[in-house]
Design a protein around this ligand. Structure first.
Ligand code: GLV
Length: 319
């Protein structure tokens, strides 16, 4: 029988063109998630699902789709999917690692640099008509070169962020639940440290852990207060790793100097305390959003889906 897939969010043509004609495609060509009832109805009888992180694939959704064999997420993070339930039901879950590593690391650095050198404030000032002359004390920021970068979560993206730090002659401290081979530490010129040491010593702290029960609110009032008053926090991982209310207080009351934030606890809502603050750079979850990378993510997700429907192992199953 012809296989059927649901694509629950928009995908580029490059990805859609990979799907053979004999497969029946039910395509919701929007960014917005399908309302739950519609998702349940449209998943009925489908063999595969390709979705964005805005689609919550929970127990109810999986139970409504007993014929489903694969959920292909167009993202490296997969906290929108109940992987345990999927496994129990024999549904393969895939994500899109590797293809977005460098692009996401670039963006973490963009946030770091923008927050350190006050690029967004400078842009607003330059456009505002207030600029009178070259000014000695205008928009002083913090140096990046020669400082200490702390990386919490040392998977692919954390390592790619670390690699970029050598061009800035930085000392790099990292922590991860799994410590890599000494050769990796030597190659990347990084030093393993406990999270508290990193928080106390780093001038920049960049988060690269997945969202797990143990990383939810990893950055909270207590841990923010451990950081240097001059430190800058970068989050291009997942919003709930940071307690946003505590971050607002930290930025307002000067527990830390600044932040660059791409992800939020309740996307697309941003804590109302953040937007008025000049010392935070905000972005709408775009760390992987280069044209090439978004196309690579979409094509990898479709390939994963097709492989499973073809009885083959997926290219990138979630670990
Ligand atoms: C985006 O947030 C991703 O997980 O790929």
């Amino acid at each position: 029988m012809a296989k059927k897939i649901l694509i629950s969010n928009v995908l580029p043509k490059e990805a859609l063109d990979l799907i053979p004609k004999e497969i029946t495609v039910d395509y919701h060509s929007a960014d917005a998630p399908l309302p739950k009832a519609e998702l349940l109805a449209r998943l009925k009888g489908k063999d595969g699902l390709v979705c964005h992180i805005v689609s919550a694939i929970d127990e109810e959704v999986l139970a409504a789709a007993p014929t489903l064999k694969v959920v292909a997420n167009v993202a490296v993070g997969y906290n929108n999917i109940d992987v345990a339930v999927a496994r129990r039901r024999g549904v393969v879950v895939t994500n899109t690692p590797d293809v977005l590593t460098e692009t996401t690391a670039d963006f973490a650095w963009a946030l770091l640099m923008a927050a350190a050198r006050r690029v967004v404030e400078a842009d607003h000032f330059a456009r505002s008509g207030q600029w009178q002359r070259w000014q000695w004390d205008l928009l002083w920021g913090a140096d990046v070169h020669g400082k200490t970068l702390g990386i919490l979560g040392f998977g692919r993206i954390g390592r790619a962020v670390a690699r970029r730090a050598s061009g800035f002659d930085m000392r790099v401290l990292y922590h991860d639940a799994v410590r890599p081979e000494p050769a990796v530490e030597r190659e990347l010129r990084v030093t393993y440290a406990e999270p508290e040491t990193i928080l106390r010593e780093a001038d920049f702290v960049s988060l690269h852990t997945p969202l797990l029960p143990k990383t939810r609110h990893l950055i909270n009032e207590r841990t923010l207060r451990l950081m240097k008053k001059t430190a800058i926090l970068v989050n291009a991982a997942r919003g709930p790793i940071v307690d946003e209310a505590a971050l607002v207080r930290a930025l307002k009351e000067g527990w830390i100097a600044g932040a660059g934030i791409d992800v939020f606890e309740e996307e697309p809502t941003i804590h109302p305390g953040l937007a008025p603050l000049p010392n935070v750079v905000l972005a709408p979850h775009i760390a992987s959003a280069s044209r090439d990378t978004r196309i690579a993510m979409a094509t990898l997700a479709v390939r994963n889906c097709l492989a499973v429907l073809d009885g083959k192992p997926p290219l990138t199953p979630v670990p």
